[in-house]
Design a protein around this ligand. Structure first.
Ligand SMILES: NC(=O)c1ccc[n+]([C@@H]2O[C@H](COP(=O)([O-])OP(=O)(O)OC[C@H]3O[C@@H](n4cnc5c(N)ncnc54)[C@H](OP(=O)(O)O)[C@@H]3O)[C@@H](O)[C@H]2O)c1
Length: 283
């Protein structure tokens, strides 16, 4: 019998590529989007799939719509928690609302979807939960703290959950890509150039932005991510983590780099002196 898969964030990028591949492979596919136009487009392009139109930050709507989907389909076999975005900026310059939006989308929505699906998976005595994490789930960068925090939280949650639900035949895996070609960059929430030039963190922001621009030449295709998703969905013993691309793999080595080296690499001298100057002038 065909397996049922639920994919979040299927309007573009990795989610859309997952939708295509699972659909081609004969799975019974359900996806989430949050814009009416995306719902209409996917309905036309993929007749027969289930489309759940919900903003993942709306906890009540998410709960109601996912519960409805699970009830009417009598459960789900595979979940790909993919939807997400990056909020980037200096900690003191970001509002609490921005932090909440980041955590609501990238972390709490995932927790909510898992807790709703687990009773069904437990009863079925099988299920696969596949989280789209990131290389930054195991590493950090200045100015990336909201995004890194959301993915580190996702990693800790997913690894704990893996050991908790394994006795019930449920597997939890993470896919950790480096940079991937998608709408991710255009959907990032970043400081405006006017804000950057007035910021005491200007050097650090520009340094972090230059580092991210650098890695563009090493972007993987969304299909490379989907290959790993399919592996996690079908392997008889799915691994805890699958990295994608050279930078996804490099992130797994981050924890072995001595902190004294990271202090040198991630904090520039220029930045330190500029920061002190700006802080002194504002005192
Ligand atoms: N691209 C990369 O370099 C990269 C690297 C590592 C990990 N990742 C992870 O891969 C996942 C997919 O990203 P992508 O690269 O495919 O980027 P993308 O093309 O921007 O896709 C992100 C998807 O998430 C959806 N989404 C964002 N916020 C949402 C919300 N509040 N409610 C509902 N849906 C929401 C977007 O919907 P809308 O179209 O409506 O905004 C879109 O469908 C993310 O979790 C990201 O963190 C990406």
């Amino acid at each position: 019998m065909s397996k049922r898969v639920l994919i979040t964030g299927a309007s573009s990028g990795i989610g859309l590529s997952c939708l295509k591949r699972f659909h081609e492979n004969g799975y019974i596919v359900a996806v989430t989007v949050r814009k009416d136009d995306d719902e209409k487009r996917l309905m036309q392009d993929y007749p027969g799939i289930t489309i759940i139109n919900v903003d993942l930050r709306d906890e009540a709507a998410l709960q109601q719509k996912i519960e409805h989907y699970l009830r009417t389909n009598n459960g789900v076999d595979i979940i790909v928690n993919n939807a997400g975005f990056a909020c980037i900026g200096a900690v003191e310059e970001l509002s609490m609302a921005q932090w909440r939006q980041q955590m609501d989308t990238n972390f709490f929505a995932v927790v909510n979807i898992c807790r709703l699906a687990l009773p069904y998976m437990r009863q079925q005595r099988q299920g696969r939960i596949i989280q789209i994490s990131s290389g930054i789930g195991q590493s950090v960068m200045p100015i990336f703290s909201p995004y890194a925090t959301s993915k580190h939280a996702l990693e800790a949650f997913s690894e704990s959950l893996r050991y908790e639900v394994k006795p019930f035949g449920i597997d939890v895996s993470m896919i950790a890509p480096g940079p991937v070609r998608s709408s991710f960059d255009s959907n990032r929430e970043i400081p405006t150039s006017a804000n950057v030039s007035a910021s005491p963190y200007q050097q650090t922001i520009e340094f972090a932005q230059a580092k991210t621009a650098d890695v563009h030449s090493r972007e993987s295709s969304p299909d490379a991510v989907v290959d790993k998703v399919i592996l996690a969905a079908t392997a008889s013993r799915p691994k805890l983590r699958y990295s994608v691309g050279i930078l996804g793999f490099a992130a797994t080595l981050y924890k072995f780099i001595p902190k004294t080296i990271l202090d040198r690499v991630l904090v520039t001298n220029d930045n330190k002196s500029d920061h002190n100057e700006k802080m002194n002038t504002t005192r």
